[in-house]
Every structure is written in structure tokens, then in C-alpha cells.
Design a protein around this ligand. Structure first.
Ligand code: NAD
Length: 483
């Protein structure tokens, strides 16, 4: 059904501006989560391939760093335009390998492209400082240099956006990159490479190494002295491993890790707006997002209304192959992800939670799970402590502001929290007390290329997007002088 779409998608390694097989010929299969059928066989990079990519990136570094910021910006701007030209093709490819509904994939492509447009503009604002030492009167001249080769490791849930969110600022800063995409979804990034080449990105500036041997391949790169940055998006568990490896080489690290987002609905909230926000916060990407609302806390006075309205909206969502018209719920990415959702729902129900809608895995091929709402989820339920990463809303009620702040903060994660109230004073007061890097105040979506995205506590280190995202790829140098 989509052979035409896949016909021209590259499946080899992209190193130094050339397609190459893996040094030992290894390959791995990519699976369509809607059919469980094989869609492609992709080269699996070895340590020797990583060495070749490091050499290519090193050769590209000097000339790329020496280009004028405006020239790099023009290339990024062109890349933005070319992605938008090819948006529909890329969106379908994301749906084929990831499963998400085409409407979600279209949104992702636009979001992904926007990082190139934003950093085309932001890369020319690499400003320094000039000051005077208070006691000696010496001059303090501060500027920022490209840090060096950046190793980027990305997850499967946003195959395009999680990568462009790193490639955009790295290239704007003057750094070459080696990207290791997730093995579930390597095709989107491979398909992006001819687009970047057409935009004028020189050979070796962006290299892509899909691999089934991520552990040793990434570890080798993180121990190469030419690498200066590791930027990772994925689970906290893998992030910890990379932080250990990064310590050996004292790398600059940017870590975008897991989340466990609370979604708080106060008694004075606009309930219809809260429902709309909840649908986005929960169902964008079928819940397979680090920003997904994982714990709904609804004030007891509005619990009944909120539950009924949310269950009605969730129950109306159509499930099926994400490529088909009108589908809102595609399959989850793989059997493991789907089985985890089943386990979490069974655990919660076994401990007393009530299913308002959904909750039953359909028959047939594909890793499907329906939009589900659970209420009265008991405190001991596993889903309150782990990322559900699926289309399941878990509801609890609360009585007071102080109580809900305490419960919302009771997690090792600190990526994003959502809250709904018509009282802006209360909204800001509560926001300040929530230990999360991002707050959706009367909004169910926080992601924006112009905003600093990132988490507190075990949700990560550093920020992506905004000017902060550029700084992750720059080193600060200070020159002490007199004139
Ligand atoms: P994952 O941690 O399993 O994998 C992420 C990437 O790391 C993949 O490319 C994978 O192949 C690679 N990897 C796995 N083991 C590795 C190792 N030992 N060494 C080097 N690389 C290794 O995560 P996932 O399942 O792909 O994605 C889901 C997770 O990502 C969730 O926890 C989600 O919250 C998180 N996430 C976070 C953000 C954010 O911005 N904070 C965004 C999206 C996803």
C-alpha cells in the first residue's frame, strides 16, 4: 500500500556525504506497527563505521565553523523550506514507521522544520560581552566558540522533531553532528539527508548512524577526544548510562529524559477548555510523549463533570491504521510498548481503579490499544509512578491546593506540569511551587522552538529550543586584556 513512498527512502549509513553499507554488512528490520510487517532493512553501524563518521565530522568541523553565521543560517532556512515542500511525504513516512496518526505526523513535520527556521534566525545572535574587571580595570571580553563534534541520540516517538531540535542549533553554532536515531524509526532521518544536502549542508557536517548496537557504538564515540557534546533524548535509564560515559571524557551534556506530568484541574477551571487541553496533553502522539499528561488530579467539586466529558471525547476517537482518514489513535510503536500499557491498566484495575471507557486490547495484527479513561486510580498503582506512554488517562480527585501541589511534586521527574484555573494569581502561585521545567497554565501544549524545553530533577539537564538550545553547542571563552 505504500511501496511508492518507500521506494526512494535510503536505508544505508550517511557518512561524509555518502551512503555506505555497514563495515560488516549487518542490517536490521524496520517494522510497520499497524501491520507488524517488515517495511525496510537498514544498515546497522559498527564501531568502525563510528570511526569513519568521527573522521568525516572532524574534517568538516573547521570549514563549517569558519562559515559566516549568516551563511549557515541561510542553509538552515533553505532546509526549513525544503522540509515543508516535502512535508506530506515525510509525514507519511513517520506514520509508517512510528504508527502515529497522520494528523500527528503532519504536526510533527511542521514542528521539526520550525527548528531549522528558528535557528536560522537565532544563529546570527551569538553575542558576547565586554566588561571591566572591577579592581584591576583589565578588560573582560567574552565570546562563544562552537564546541566541537556533537553526538546526538534520539528516541522513536518523534523521529523528526527530536533530531532537528538538536541538528538545528548544532549547525547554527558551527558544530558537525553524528546522529544515532532510534532503531524503531531510522527512516525519517535517512530521508532527511538528501534534503539537507540539497539545502547546502556540506558533506560530513551531518552524519547518520542507525545501529542495533547503540550501546558500544555510542560509547565508542563518547570516548573519542574529538567529541565535545553529547545531546540525548530518551529514557532516564539510558540517559544515566550516557552521563556515566560522558564523565570519562568530561563532555558537555544535554539530557532530555522521561516525564511523569501532572494535569491539575481546579474547581474554578473552565472545564471545556480543560478537556480540550487534556485531549492534547494526553493524546498527542497517542500518549507516546515525554510531555504526556500521566496523572490527572481533578478537584472533587468538578470531578464528575470532567470525567464524563473526558470519557465522551476519548471514546469518540477512531482507532486504526494511522495512514487512514479520520484516524486519531494509531498503533503503539511496538509489542513491548503495548504490553506495558496493558500491564499498567491491569495493575490499576486490580487495585481498584474503574474503567470509564476503553481498556480492552483489540484482536488482530498491529500494536493497537484504545483511548482509555480510568478513574479512582489508587495511590499504589504503578501508572502513577511510571510513564504510561500510551492513550490511557489516569484520574484521581483532590480537595485542596496545598495537597495537590504536594502530590504533583511527589515524583523523581520534573519535565512538565499542566494546570487549569480561571484565577491567574492562583495559576502563577501554583506554577512557582511546582518543580517542573515547563508549566502549561491553561494550555495542554508547551512545545515550541522559541521556548526553552527541558526538565528538572531526573527529567534532564540543559534546555532545547530558544537561545538556550544554541548555547548547548557553544563554549564560552573569556579573554583578559588591556587596551
Ligand atoms: P530509549 O532511552 O530506550 O532510547 C533512546 C535512544 O537511545 C534510542 O536511539 C536508542 O537506540 C538509544 N539507546 C538505547 N540504549 C542505549 C545505550 N546503552 N547507549 C546508547 N544509546 C542507547 O528511549 P525510547 O524508548 O526511544 O524513547 C522513549 C523515552 O524517551 C521516554 O522515556 C520519553 O519520556 C523520553 N523522551 C523524552 C523527551 C524529552 O524531551 N524530555 C522527548 C521524547 C522522549
Amino acid at each position: 500500500m505504500y511501496e511508492n513512498l518507500l521506494a526512494n527512502v535510503p536505508t544505508d549509513l550517511w557518512i561524509g556525504g555518502q551512503w555506505r553499507k555497514s563495515s560488516d554488512g549487518a542490517r536490521f528490520d524496520v517494522i510497520d506497527p499497524a501491520t507488524e510487517g517488515k517495511i525496510a532493512s537498514v544498515a546497522s553501524a559498527s564501531i568502525d563505521d563510528a570511526k569513519a563518521a568521527l573522521d568525516a565530522a572532524q574534517a568538516a568541523f573547521g570549514p563549517w565553523a569558519a562559515r559566516k553565521p549568516r551563511e549557515r543560517g541561510e542553509i538552515l532556512r533553505k532546509a526549513y523550506e525544503l522540509i515543508m515542500r516535502d512535508a506530506e511525504r515525510l509525514a507519511k513516512l513517520i506514520t509508517i514507521e512510528n504508527g502515529k496518526a497522520l494528523s500527528d505526523s503532519r504536526g510533527e513535520v511542521a514542528y521539526a522544520a520550525e527548528f531549522f527556521r528558528w535557528y536560522a534566525e537565532e544563529g546570527v545572535r551569538n553575542l558576547g560581552q565586554n566588561g571591566m574587571a572591577p579592581a584591576s580595570g583589565a578588560r573582560i571580553v567574552v565570546h562563544h566558540k562552537p564546541a566541537g563534534i556533537a553526538v546526538l541520540v534520539t528516541p522513536w516517538n518523534f523521529p523528526a522533531a527530536m533530531a532537528t531540535r538538536k541538528i538545528g542549533p548544532a549547525l547554527a553554532a558551527g558544530c558537525p553532528v553524528i546522529l544515532k536515531p532510534a532503531s524503531e524509526t531510522p527512516l525519517t532521518m535517512l530521508a532527511l539527508m538528501p534534503i539537507l544536502e540539497e539545502a547546502g549542508v556540506p558533506a560530513g557536517v551531518v552524519n547518520v548512524l542507525p545501529s542495533r548496537r547503540s550501546g558500544p557504538v555510542v560509547d565508542h564515540m563518547l570516548h573519542d577526544p574529538r567529541v565535545r557534546v553529547v545531546s540525548f533524548t530518551g529514557s532516564t535509564e539510558v540517559g544515566r548510562k550516557l552521563l556515566h560515559a560522558a564523565a570519562d571524557n568530561v563532555l558537555n551534556t544535554a539530557m532530555e529524559l522521561g516525564g511523569n506530568a501532572p494535569f491539575i484541574v481546579f474547581e474554578d477551571a473552565d472545564i471545556d477548555a480543560a478537556i480540550d487541553g487534556a485531549m492534547v496533553a494526553k493524546m498527542r502522539n497517542m500518549g507516546e510523549a515525554c510531555t504526556a499528561a500521566n496523572r490527572f488530579y481533578v478537584h472533587e467539586k468538578v470531578q464528575d463533570e470532567f470525567e464524563k466529558k473526558l470519557a465522551a471525547k476519548m471514546g469518540a476517537l477512531k482507532m486504526g491504521n494511522g495512514l487512514d482518514d479520520g484516524i486519531a489513535v494509531g498503533p503503539l510503536v511496538n509489542a513491548e510498548g503495548r504490553d506495558k500499557v496493558i500491564e499498567l491498566v491491569e495493575d490499576a484495575v486490580g487495585k481498584g481503579a474503574k474503567i470509564l471507557v476503553g481498556g480492552k486490547r483489540p484482536d488482530g495484527p498491529g500494536y493497537f490499544y484504545p483511548a482509555t479513561v480510568l478513574t479512582n486510580v489508587p495511590d499504589g498503582a504503578m501508572m502513577l509512578n511510571e510513564e504510561i506512554f500510551g492513550p490511557v488517562a489516569s484520574l484521581q480527585s483532590f480537595k485542596s491546593e496545598a495537597e495537590v501541589i504536594k502530590r504533583a511534586n511527589d515524583t523523581e521527574y520534573g519535565l512538565v506540569a499542566y494546570l487549569y484555573t480561571k484565577d491567574l494569581g492562583r495559576g502563577l502561585r501554583v506554577s512557582e511551587q511546582l518543580d517542573f521545567g515547563m508549566i502549561g497554565l491553561n494550555r495542554g501544549l508547551v512545545s515550541d522552538p522559541a521556548a526553552p524545553f527541558g526538565g528538572m530533577k531526573q527529567s534532564g539537564i540543559g534546555r532545547e529550543g530558544a537561545h538556550e538550545g544554541l548555547m548547548e553547542f557553544l563554549e564560552t571563552q573569556y579573554i583578559a586584556t588591556n587596551w
